[in-house]
Design a protein around this ligand. Structure first.
Ligand code: NCD
Length: 313
C-alpha cells in the first residue's frame, strides 16, 4: 500500500515524476473549459477526507483533485465535533471502520502528532497525511517544492529563508526535510524570535546530515540573499490561551510588507502555505514575487498527480 505519511519518504526521482504529471494537469487547466478534455484516470474510485482540524485548501484541493480525475469524494470536516470520536471512539477504531467500507484512499488531518502513522497501522487502504498536529504536512511540502520548481525553474543549490512559527509549524518541518532529501545543497536561514525557534528534532535532522543553517531574529540579515522566502503563521491554536496575545504581537514584528519586500532579491519567490494573519501584508500581493496564491493552486495539480500515484495499479 502506498501511504503518504512523512516527507522523509520522498526522493528526487519520485518528485520529478510527480511534478511532471502535475505539470500536465496544470496545462490542461490552462485551456478554456470547452477545449479541455476531461480525464478519468481514477474513474469511480472513492476518496474519503477525514478532517479533525479545520482546513480550506488541503481539504478542498484534495476533494477537487479527486473530482477532476473522476473520483467520488466523501468528506467529514470538523470530525472533532461531528464524528463519533466525540463519543469517545479512538482514531484507530474510526479508521478501522471507515476503511472497512472500502474507499480507495483516506486523507486524514488530526491534531495529534503521529496520527497518520497510527491510522496507517490499522487501515486496509492507503492513508495520506494531511497534517498531524505540529508534526508534518508532507503533501504541503510537495506543493511547496513544486512551486519552487515552477516559479524559479530549479531545485538545487537554493538559499531558503524560512520565517514565523518554526516550533509548531508542520509545513516547515516537512519542507525542510524534503529539501534536504530531494535537493542538492540547500542552505537555510531560519528567522524567528527565540520562543519560536526551529523544533529540536528538525534541527537534529539537519545536523546529522551536515546541512548548513543559521538562526536569526533579523529579517534584514536573512532576506537579501534568499532565493526562496517561506513565511508562516504563528500556530496560535497550539499554544495555551494565556500565551496567545504575546505570540500575536510577535506576528506583527515579523511581518513582510513593502519595506521587507525591498530587501528581497528581484528574482526571489515569496511563499506562504496560507492561511495568513498579519505576517504577510496584503500590500505585497500584487508584487510578482508573491507566489502564495499560485502555490495554493499548484497544490491541487500536485494532489491530482499524487492520488494517481497512490492508486496506480
Ligand atoms: C497549513 C497547515 O494546516 O499546517 N495550512 C495548509 O494546509 N495550507 C498552515 C497553517 O495552518 O498555518
Amino acid at each position: 500500500m502506498r501511504h503518504i505519511l512523512r516527507s522523509q519518504q520522498f526522493d528526487r526521482p519520485f518528485l520529478d515524476k510527480l511534478f511532471q504529471r502535475a505539470g500536465e494537469h496544470r496545462q490542461r487547466f490552462a485551456k478554456p473549459r470547452r477545449r479541455r478534455s476531461p480525464i478519468y484516470s481514477l474513474q469511480g474510485r472513492i476518496l474519503v477526507n477525514l478532517f479533525w482540524e479545520p482546513s480550506t485548501r488541503t481539504r478542498l484541493s484534495f476533494a477537487l483533485a479527486g473530482l477532476h480525475i473522476g473520483m467520488k469524494v466523501e468528506t467529514t470536516e470538523n470530525a472533532e465535533e461531528f464524528s463519533s470520536t466525540v463519543k469517545g471512539g479512538s482514531l484507530e477504531d474510526e479508521i478501522h471502520v471507515v476503511s472497512s467500507y472500502h474507499p480507495d484512499v483516506i486523507v486524514i488531518r488530526h491534531k495529534s502528532e503521529g496520527a497518520a502513522e497510527r491510522a496507517a497501522a490499522v487501515s486496509q487502504v492507503p492513508i495520506i497525511n494531511a497534517g498531524d498536529g505540529a508534526g508534518e504536512h508532507p503533501t504541503q511540502a510537495l506543493t511547496d517544492l513544486c512551486t519552487v520548481l515552477w516559479e524559479k525553474g530549479y531545485l538545487d543549490g537554493l538559499r531558503v529563508a524560512i520565517g514565523g512559527d518554526l516550533a509548531k509549524g508542520r509545513t516547515v518541518h516537512s519542507l525542510v526535510r524534503s529539501l534536504v532529501n530531494c535537493c542538492e545543497d540547500p542552505k537555510f536561514a531560519f528567522v524567528s524570535p527565540p520562543s519560536l525557534h526551529l523544533k529540536e528534532d528538525t534541527k537534529a535532522y539537519l545536523r546529522e546530515r551536515g546541512v548548513c543553517f543559521s538562526e536569526t531574529e533579523s529579517m534584514r540579515e536573512a532576506l537579501p540573499s534568499a532565493d526562496v522566502v517561506y513565511w508562516t503563521r504563528v500556530q496560535l491554536e497550539r499554544y495555551p490561551v494565556e500565551e496567545r496575545q504575546q505570540y500575536e504581537d510577535l506576528t506583527r514584528q515579523y511581518a513582510i510588507g513593502i519595506k521587507e519586500l525591498e530587501l528581497m532579491r528581484d528574482d526571489a519567490v515569496l511563499m506562504h502555505p496560507l492561511p495568513r494573519n498579519e505576517e504577510v501584508s496584503p500590500d505585497v500581493d500584487a508584487d510578482p514575487r508573491a507566489a502564495y496564491f499560485r502555490q495554493a493552486e499548484y497544490g491541487m495539480y500536485v494532489r491530482m498527480a499524487l492520488l494517481e500515484w497512490v492508486l496506480e495499479e
